[in-house]
Design a protein around this ligand. Structure first.
Ligand code: NAP
Length: 246
């Protein structure tokens, strides 16, 4: 039986590539998008054309009603939900309200998780996608302009970590996948505009991981046992960013 995998924000970038990898491995992937329906449908169609199984589901996860409807809709359509990949993120949008980053990167992650939990079976998987800049934001410098996003994503991670005892009691494996700057993404292009020195300094240390590298690590985290600190790191070993952190 195919696992039913919901990936938030998989209409482009890392989420879309994660959908491709998991579908190629035999899962049914639900491609969630906020507004780019056409793009999400194209991703799902490409997956099906390659022999995989995919569907789409629109929802603004920062809206609690929409997020609840997303989970309920997947369960109603497929009868279950086996894996939730919390990938969607934002806050750098030009028109974003000041409290939007927290609403999306913290509150929505906790709300989606609480809503999904009763549906996830024993052996179910929960994966939270973040960046080293957010994960280490309490102890490491953050590129100019990215501070509110980093703080909100770390707050989201912390809110989920506080739920680990409940995940354990339900037999659900929780893994945080934290990535270095990922080459070719829109976020890195935006950072290059806002704080070019931070990106150049990082590039000077060595090649950045690719979208494929990161997506493969996220896909692997839906299968592999979680490390002791529930964290998988992708990239950044070649510069002094990574220190053991909870
Ligand atoms: N890019 C990097 O260098 C990097 C590095 C490390 C970690 N990460 C992490 O990887 C994840 C994905 O990053 P990315 O660069 O691929 O992001 P991205 O290109 O900005 O894509 C964001 C995705 O999230 C969706 N989305 C945004 N707001 C949403 C909302 N309110 N409700 C539902 N979906 C929403 C977007 O859908 P629409 O297109 O429909 O709006 C889009 O599919 C994030 O958690 C990020 O922190 C990224």
């Amino acid at each position: 039986m195919k696992r039913i995998v919901l990936i938030t924000g998989s209409s482009r970038g890392i989420g879309a590539e994660t959908a491709r990898v998991l579908a190629a491995r035999g899962d049914h992937v639900v491609v969630n998008y906020r507004e780019k329906r056409k793009r999400a449908e194209t991703i799902a169609a490409e997956i099906r054309a390659a022999g995989g199984s995919a569907s789409t589901a629109g929802a603004d996860i920062a809206d609690p009603g929409s997020a609840t409807a997303l989970i309920d809709g997947v369960v109603a359509e497929f009868g279950r939900l086996d894996v939730l990949v919390l990938n969607a993120s934002g806050g750098l949008e030009r028109d974003a309200a000041p409290d939007y980053a927290m609403a999306l990167n913290r509150d929505a992650q906790a709300h989606l998780t609480r809503t999904a939990l009763p549906h996830l079976p024993r052996g179910g998987r929960l994966v939270f996608v973040t960046s080293h800049q957010a994960h280490f934001s309490a102890t490491r410098p953050v590129p100019t302009g990215y501070e509110p996003i980093a703080a909100s994503k770390r707050a989201g991670e912390d809110a989920l970590r506080a739920m680990v005892p409940e995940f354990d009691s339900r037999g659900i494996t929780f893994t945080v996948v934290s990535g270095d700057m990922i080459d070719g993404t829109i976020i890195v292009r935006l950072l290059e505009r806002r704080d070019p020195d931070a990106v150049t300094a990082r590039r000077d240390q060595g090649a950045l991981p690719t979208i494929e590298d990161f997506a493969t690590a996220i896909a692997d985290a839906t299968i592999a046992p979680a490390p002791d600190n529930h964290t998988v790191y992708v990239g950044g070993q070649d510069f002094p960013l990574l220190t053991p952190a909870p």
